[in-house]
Design a protein around this ligand. Structure first.
Ligand SMILES: *Cc1c(COP(=O)(O)O)cnc(C)c1O
Length: 385
């Protein structure tokens, strides 16, 4: 198995740890760039998916912009080589300090999510004697058909400005002299695998743009956010997402006005498959219908299964002599019943000391790790090729 050879130097390290395949990261970035650059699209990397410095440095070196959701992410993006003028700043709850950080650094845009936020950004910019670039984050009321916790583009969600507020927002902007309306921003959710959702988004954006154009506003840029999903069930069948198909949908269906730029904010699709969480079996315990494989990683290292009921493929990476297969619940050591990585999965028979790889853990894995139960900070190792 390819993964096994790549991480063979680390097999006897203390577990659990994240292993990142930087060669796969690089190939994923190249595939994305070759698919987007032909259309002249601009891509920002969403730091919240993985803000590990090694990874950020690789991504900034390829020339991507950054998409940040906190002041600390802005600082980290600058430290790791992203250009200030390519940083978009999103988030429903930007604090005054974070807004100042953005203004001081002359970032690309504040993706503003509410009317009150517009007033606050204006006030802070005025006090600093500057103009802040704004993209209105619009809630397009489009269903991303993904898990409810990672759907963000429905009216019932907390994100964005709703269509019935547009008129009032434009009136308000007339008087907010320290804001410069530069763009319209949309981000409807994450782990979107039904490509027709993106086509639906394009059609909705065309309608919304029409409204703005009728009100004499042609934005310099449209930002359609991220959300492209990855294959968690069978990662080896599709280690690199289909970026050609993804960008073509926007090229074919989104109506841009002359000189209007199209921006994307991809997180998961760029980093999910390059990371695996490596863990060791501590104990095998016989249950009623299945056996429990109790491993040394838990929801403290990878919370996605507990938080979103998400699936991660699990591979045994220790060499097996016999080929008996058994059914297991793979569970962590944390004192919560939700601390379970997989239920009733078939694996080659496991014993204490065996190593498992929890696959596709490069996005929303390490970044969400915690010290609950006073756990140690999870370690990271890298392979170049
Ligand atoms: C999380 C987020 C993204 C990235 O989403 P992915 O599903 O990881 O591609 C992009 N834009 C905004 C505003 C976000 O909050």
């Amino acid at each position: 198995m390819e993964l096994l050879t790549k991480m063979s130097h680390y097999m006897d390290r203390e577990t659990p740890f994240y292993h990142y395949d930087l060669d796969l990261l690089s190939r994923t970035l190249d595939a994305m760039l070759s698919a987007s650059s032909g259309y002249g699209f601009h891509v920002h990397y969403a730091l919240k998916a993985n803000s590990n410095r090694e990874i950020l440095e690789r991504i900034s070196a390829k020339g991507l912009g950054a998409d940040c959701v906190s002041g600390n992410e802005i600082t980290r993006a600058i430290e790791t080589g992203f250009k200030k003028e390519d940083i978009a700043f999103a988030g429903v709850g930007k604090t005054d300090v974070e807004i100042k950080t953005g203004i001081e650094n002359d970032i690309f845009s504040f993706n503003a999510e509410s009317m009150q936020e517009l007033e606050v950004i204006n006030e802070i910019a005025r006090a600093m004697g500057k103009k802040a670039p704004i993209a209105l984050r619009i809630n397009p009321n489009v269903n991303a058909k993904t898990h409810q916790y990672i759907t963000t583009g429905l009216e019932e969600n907390k994100f964005g400005i709703n269509s019935w507020e547009f008129e009032t927002v434009l009136e308000k902007l007339e008087n907010l002299k320290n804001l410069e309306l530069k763009g319209l921003h949309f981000h409807i959710g994450s782990q979107i695998t039904d490509m027709s959702v993106f086509k639906g988004l394009c059609i909705r954006i065309n309608e919304i743009q029409k409204w703005f154009v009728e009100h004499r506003i042609i934005a310099e840029h449209i930002n359609v956010g991220g959300g492209l999903g990855v294959n968690y069930d069978h990662p080896d069948e599709k280690l690199i997402p289909d970026f050609d198909e993804f960008f073509k949908i926007f090229h074919d269906h989104l109506e841009l006005y002359p000189n209007q730029e199209l921006h994307f904010e991809l997180g998961r699709a760029l980093v999910a498959q390059c990371g695996n969480l490596i863990t060791r079996v501590l104990y095998i315990k016989n249950g009623v219908n299945v056996d429990f494989a109790i491993v040394d990683a838990g929801m403290t290292e990878l919370i996605r299964p507990a938080l979103y009921e998400s699936i991660h493929r699990i591979d045994k990476i220790s060499v097996t002599e016999n080929s008996v297969e058994k059914k297991y619940d793979v569970v962590g050591p944390i004192c919560e019943s939700s601390d379970c990585f997989a239920k009733s999965i078939i694996l080659p028979e496991l014993k204490r000391g065996d190593l498992l790889a929890i696959r596709s853990a490069g996005a929303y894995g390490e970044v969400m790790s915690s010290g609950y139960n006073l756990r140690s900070k999870v370690k990271t190792y890298y392979s170049e090729r």
